[in-house]
Design a protein around this ligand. Structure first.
Ligand SMILES: [Zn+2]
Ligand SMILES: [Zn+2]
Ligand SMILES: [Zn+2]
Ligand SMILES: [Zn+2]
Length: 269
Protein backbone atom coordinates (compact mmCIF):
# COMPACT_ATOMS: atom_id res chain seq x y z
CA UNK A 1 0.00 0.00 0.00
CA UNK A 2 1.24 3.47 -0.78
CA UNK A 3 0.92 6.59 1.36
CA UNK A 4 -2.32 7.77 -0.20
CA UNK A 5 -3.96 4.38 0.41
CA UNK A 6 -2.67 4.30 3.99
CA UNK A 7 -4.22 7.71 4.54
CA UNK A 8 -7.59 6.41 3.32
CA UNK A 9 -7.28 3.38 5.60
CA UNK A 10 -6.54 5.69 8.56
CA UNK A 11 -9.65 7.77 7.90
CA UNK A 12 -11.93 4.79 7.34
CA UNK A 13 -10.65 3.03 10.49
CA UNK A 14 -11.31 6.21 12.48
CA UNK A 15 -14.82 6.17 11.02
CA UNK A 16 -15.35 2.52 12.02
CA UNK A 17 -14.06 3.23 15.52
CA UNK A 18 -16.48 6.13 15.89
CA UNK A 19 -19.39 3.93 14.76
CA UNK A 20 -18.40 1.27 17.31
CA UNK A 21 -18.17 3.90 20.06
CA UNK A 22 -21.60 5.27 19.26
CA UNK A 23 -21.39 8.72 20.78
CA UNK A 24 -18.32 10.52 19.43
CA UNK A 25 -18.11 13.05 16.63
CA UNK A 26 -15.25 13.01 14.14
CA UNK A 27 -14.59 16.66 15.10
CA UNK A 28 -13.94 15.57 18.72
CA UNK A 29 -10.55 14.39 17.47
CA UNK A 30 -9.41 17.75 16.11
CA UNK A 31 -7.21 19.74 18.42
CA UNK A 32 -6.19 23.14 17.11
CA UNK A 33 -3.55 24.32 16.66
CA UNK A 34 -1.86 21.02 15.96
CA UNK A 35 1.56 22.59 16.57
CA UNK A 36 2.64 24.90 19.36
CA UNK A 37 6.01 25.94 20.72
CA UNK A 38 4.46 27.18 23.96
CA UNK A 39 5.31 24.52 26.57
CA UNK A 40 2.84 25.88 29.09
CA UNK A 41 -0.04 25.97 26.62
CA UNK A 42 0.70 22.38 25.68
CA UNK A 43 0.63 21.21 29.30
CA UNK A 44 -2.63 23.06 29.88
CA UNK A 45 -4.12 21.43 26.80
CA UNK A 46 -3.03 18.03 28.13
CA UNK A 47 -4.86 18.42 31.43
CA UNK A 48 -8.02 19.78 29.76
CA UNK A 49 -8.06 16.89 27.32
CA UNK A 50 -7.33 14.28 29.97
CA UNK A 51 -10.39 15.39 31.96
CA UNK A 52 -12.52 15.50 28.83
CA UNK A 53 -11.52 11.98 27.79
CA UNK A 54 -12.06 10.62 31.31
CA UNK A 55 -15.68 11.81 31.01
CA UNK A 56 -16.02 10.33 27.54
CA UNK A 57 -14.62 6.98 28.72
CA UNK A 58 -17.24 6.82 31.46
CA UNK A 59 -20.03 7.70 29.03
CA UNK A 60 -18.97 5.25 26.35
CA UNK A 61 -18.17 2.30 28.63
CA UNK A 62 -15.58 -0.46 28.44
CA UNK A 63 -17.47 -2.81 26.12
CA UNK A 64 -17.75 -0.34 23.26
CA UNK A 65 -14.19 0.84 23.79
CA UNK A 66 -12.98 -2.77 23.52
CA UNK A 67 -14.98 -3.19 20.29
CA UNK A 68 -13.42 -0.05 18.84
CA UNK A 69 -9.85 -0.80 19.94
CA UNK A 70 -8.71 -2.75 16.85
CA UNK A 71 -9.96 0.06 14.59
CA UNK A 72 -8.31 2.71 16.75
CA UNK A 73 -4.97 0.92 16.63
CA UNK A 74 -5.06 0.24 12.91
CA UNK A 75 -6.08 3.85 12.24
CA UNK A 76 -3.01 5.12 14.04
CA UNK A 77 -0.71 2.56 12.42
CA UNK A 78 -1.99 3.48 8.95
CA UNK A 79 -1.66 7.20 9.66
CA UNK A 80 1.95 6.75 10.79
CA UNK A 81 2.74 4.68 7.70
CA UNK A 82 1.12 7.34 5.53
CA UNK A 83 3.35 9.99 7.11
CA UNK A 84 6.41 7.80 6.55
CA UNK A 85 5.59 7.63 2.86
CA UNK A 86 4.31 11.16 2.37
CA UNK A 87 6.49 13.39 4.55
CA UNK A 88 8.08 15.16 1.57
CA UNK A 89 4.87 15.13 -0.46
CA UNK A 90 2.00 17.61 -0.73
CA UNK A 91 -0.09 15.23 1.38
CA UNK A 92 2.50 15.20 4.17
CA UNK A 93 0.54 17.66 6.29
CA UNK A 94 -2.68 15.67 5.85
CA UNK A 95 -0.84 12.58 7.05
CA UNK A 96 0.60 14.51 10.00
CA UNK A 97 -2.93 15.61 10.96
CA UNK A 98 -4.23 12.05 10.60
CA UNK A 99 -1.53 10.92 13.08
CA UNK A 100 -2.81 13.53 15.53
CA UNK A 101 -6.47 12.55 15.08
CA UNK A 102 -5.85 8.83 15.48
CA UNK A 103 -3.49 9.37 18.43
CA UNK A 104 -6.08 11.59 20.14
CA UNK A 105 -8.57 8.76 19.98
CA UNK A 106 -6.06 6.14 21.12
CA UNK A 107 -4.63 8.18 24.00
CA UNK A 108 -8.06 9.37 25.05
CA UNK A 109 -9.68 5.96 25.25
CA UNK A 110 -6.84 3.46 25.62
CA UNK A 111 -4.02 5.41 27.26
CA UNK A 112 -0.32 5.40 26.44
CA UNK A 113 1.59 3.48 29.14
CA UNK A 114 5.22 4.25 29.88
CA UNK A 115 7.08 1.12 30.86
CA UNK A 116 9.77 0.87 33.54
CA UNK A 117 12.37 -1.75 32.58
CA UNK A 118 16.13 -2.22 32.94
CA UNK A 119 16.40 0.89 35.12
CA UNK A 120 14.92 3.06 32.39
CA UNK A 121 11.56 4.34 31.18
CA UNK A 122 10.35 3.30 27.74
CA UNK A 123 7.62 4.43 25.39
CA UNK A 124 6.17 2.80 22.30
CA UNK A 125 3.86 5.77 21.70
CA UNK A 126 3.27 5.68 17.91
CA UNK A 127 2.62 9.44 17.93
CA UNK A 128 5.89 10.32 19.70
CA UNK A 129 7.87 7.91 17.53
CA UNK A 130 6.27 9.28 14.37
CA UNK A 131 7.35 12.81 15.24
CA UNK A 132 11.02 11.82 15.21
CA UNK A 133 11.80 11.73 11.51
CA UNK A 134 14.58 9.18 11.62
CA UNK A 135 14.77 5.69 10.20
CA UNK A 136 17.22 2.91 9.56
CA UNK A 137 19.10 2.04 6.43
CA UNK A 138 21.25 -0.97 5.91
CA UNK A 139 24.30 -0.91 3.70
CA UNK A 140 23.89 -3.75 1.22
CA UNK A 141 26.52 -5.79 -0.60
CA UNK A 142 25.95 -8.43 -3.21
CA UNK A 143 26.89 -9.50 -6.68
CA UNK A 144 25.24 -9.88 -10.05
CA UNK A 145 25.37 -12.93 -12.26
CA UNK A 146 24.53 -13.20 -15.95
CA UNK A 147 21.01 -14.55 -16.55
CA UNK A 148 22.24 -16.64 -19.50
CA UNK A 149 25.35 -18.41 -18.18
CA UNK A 150 24.99 -17.69 -14.45
CA UNK A 151 28.61 -16.64 -14.14
CA UNK A 152 29.45 -13.39 -12.38
CA UNK A 153 28.70 -10.52 -14.78
CA UNK A 154 32.35 -9.50 -14.89
CA UNK A 155 33.45 -13.03 -15.94
CA UNK A 156 31.15 -13.67 -18.90
CA UNK A 157 30.97 -12.52 -22.52
CA UNK A 158 27.21 -12.00 -22.73
CA UNK A 159 26.19 -8.42 -23.24
CA UNK A 160 23.34 -7.27 -21.02
CA UNK A 161 20.30 -6.44 -23.17
CA UNK A 162 21.37 -8.77 -26.00
CA UNK A 163 19.34 -11.87 -26.90
CA UNK A 164 20.95 -15.32 -26.87
CA UNK A 165 19.76 -18.86 -27.48
CA UNK A 166 19.09 -20.49 -24.20
CA UNK A 167 18.50 -24.19 -23.45
CA UNK A 168 16.00 -24.85 -20.68
CA UNK A 169 17.68 -26.96 -18.05
CA UNK A 170 15.77 -29.40 -15.87
CA UNK A 171 15.94 -29.67 -12.12
CA UNK A 172 14.69 -27.91 -9.05
CA UNK A 173 14.49 -24.20 -8.47
CA UNK A 174 13.56 -21.41 -10.80
CA UNK A 175 13.65 -21.71 -14.58
CA UNK A 176 17.01 -20.73 -16.06
CA UNK A 177 15.30 -19.05 -19.04
CA UNK A 178 12.80 -16.75 -17.35
CA UNK A 179 13.83 -17.02 -13.65
CA UNK A 180 10.26 -17.75 -12.58
CA UNK A 181 9.44 -20.85 -10.55
CA UNK A 182 6.22 -21.60 -12.41
CA UNK A 183 6.42 -21.21 -16.17
CA UNK A 184 5.67 -22.73 -19.54
CA UNK A 185 9.27 -23.46 -20.60
CA UNK A 186 10.04 -27.12 -21.44
CA UNK A 187 13.25 -28.86 -20.38
CA UNK A 188 15.75 -29.28 -23.21
CA UNK A 189 14.05 -26.79 -25.58
CA UNK A 190 15.91 -23.76 -26.90
CA UNK A 191 14.54 -20.27 -26.26
CA UNK A 192 15.72 -16.79 -27.06
CA UNK A 193 16.52 -14.97 -23.83
CA UNK A 194 17.96 -11.58 -23.06
CA UNK A 195 21.06 -11.43 -20.90
CA UNK A 196 20.34 -9.43 -17.75
CA UNK A 197 22.17 -9.04 -14.47
CA UNK A 198 20.52 -11.07 -11.69
CA UNK A 199 21.30 -10.14 -8.11
CA UNK A 200 22.54 -12.95 -5.89
CA UNK A 201 23.98 -13.32 -2.42
CA UNK A 202 22.86 -9.96 -1.14
CA UNK A 203 23.48 -9.28 2.48
CA UNK A 204 22.81 -6.34 4.73
CA UNK A 205 25.54 -4.94 6.93
CA UNK A 206 26.18 -1.85 8.95
CA UNK A 207 22.75 -0.51 9.89
CA UNK A 208 22.76 3.25 10.28
CA UNK A 209 20.25 5.93 11.22
CA UNK A 210 19.20 8.21 8.42
CA UNK A 211 16.64 10.98 7.85
CA UNK A 212 15.01 9.25 4.87
CA UNK A 213 15.29 5.44 4.99
CA UNK A 214 15.06 3.54 1.72
CA UNK A 215 12.27 1.47 3.26
CA UNK A 216 10.11 4.20 4.79
CA UNK A 217 8.69 1.94 7.52
CA UNK A 218 12.10 0.97 8.93
CA UNK A 219 11.89 2.95 12.16
CA UNK A 220 12.13 2.71 15.94
CA UNK A 221 9.48 0.67 17.73
CA UNK A 222 10.43 1.95 21.16
CA UNK A 223 12.50 4.75 22.65
CA UNK A 224 13.76 5.63 26.07
CA UNK A 225 11.94 8.46 27.81
CA UNK A 226 14.66 11.03 28.35
CA UNK A 227 12.55 13.67 30.14
CA UNK A 228 13.38 14.10 33.80
CA UNK A 229 10.61 12.30 35.63
CA UNK A 230 9.85 13.56 39.12
CA UNK A 231 9.45 11.24 42.11
CA UNK A 232 5.69 10.89 41.63
CA UNK A 233 6.01 10.09 37.92
CA UNK A 234 8.69 7.49 38.61
CA UNK A 235 6.53 5.83 41.25
CA UNK A 236 3.56 5.75 38.86
CA UNK A 237 5.71 4.31 36.05
CA UNK A 238 7.07 1.61 38.32
CA UNK A 239 3.48 0.71 39.24
CA UNK A 240 2.63 0.58 35.52
CA UNK A 241 0.33 3.58 35.77
CA UNK A 242 2.23 6.39 34.10
CA UNK A 243 0.97 7.47 30.70
CA UNK A 244 2.54 9.58 27.99
CA UNK A 245 0.57 12.80 27.36
CA UNK A 246 2.49 13.95 24.31
CA UNK A 247 0.03 12.19 22.02
CA UNK A 248 -2.79 14.46 23.22
CA UNK A 249 -1.06 17.20 21.27
CA UNK A 250 -0.37 19.84 20.14
CA UNK A 251 3.13 18.83 19.02
CA UNK A 252 6.26 20.94 18.61
CA UNK A 253 6.32 20.07 14.92
CA UNK A 254 8.01 17.15 13.24
CA UNK A 255 11.53 16.73 14.58
CA UNK A 256 14.11 16.27 11.87
CA UNK A 257 16.65 13.49 12.24
CA UNK A 258 19.68 15.73 12.71
CA UNK A 259 18.15 17.87 15.46
CA UNK A 260 16.96 14.75 17.23
CA UNK A 261 20.35 13.03 16.91
CA UNK A 262 22.23 16.01 18.32
CA UNK A 263 19.78 16.18 21.26
CA UNK A 264 20.28 12.56 22.22
CA UNK A 265 23.92 12.40 21.19
CA UNK A 266 23.67 9.74 18.51
CA UNK A 267 25.38 9.66 15.11
CA UNK A 268 23.35 10.12 11.97
CA UNK A 269 24.36 9.13 8.45
ZN1 LIG B 1 26.92 -14.81 -19.42
ZN1 LIG C 1 10.65 -20.23 -17.78
ZN1 LIG D 1 1.80 8.85 23.78
ZN1 LIG E 1 2.50 16.73 15.16
Amino acid sequence: MNGREQLLVAESEIGLAIIALGSLNPTDLDVHPIESEDDEARLEQHSTLKALWADRRRQIGGTKIADAEPHIRSAEQAAVRALNFLEDHALGEAAHEAVHRAAQLRRGLLGCPIEFRDDAYWTTCPFSLAHIRVGFSAGITGSFVCSVCEKPMEDCDHLPGTTYDHVKRGGDGSCNVCHESNCEHTDGETYAATATPVGVAFSAHEVSMVPRPMYPQARFGEIEVTDDLDFEARALAQAGRLHCDECLGPCEGLLDARTWASRVGLPIA
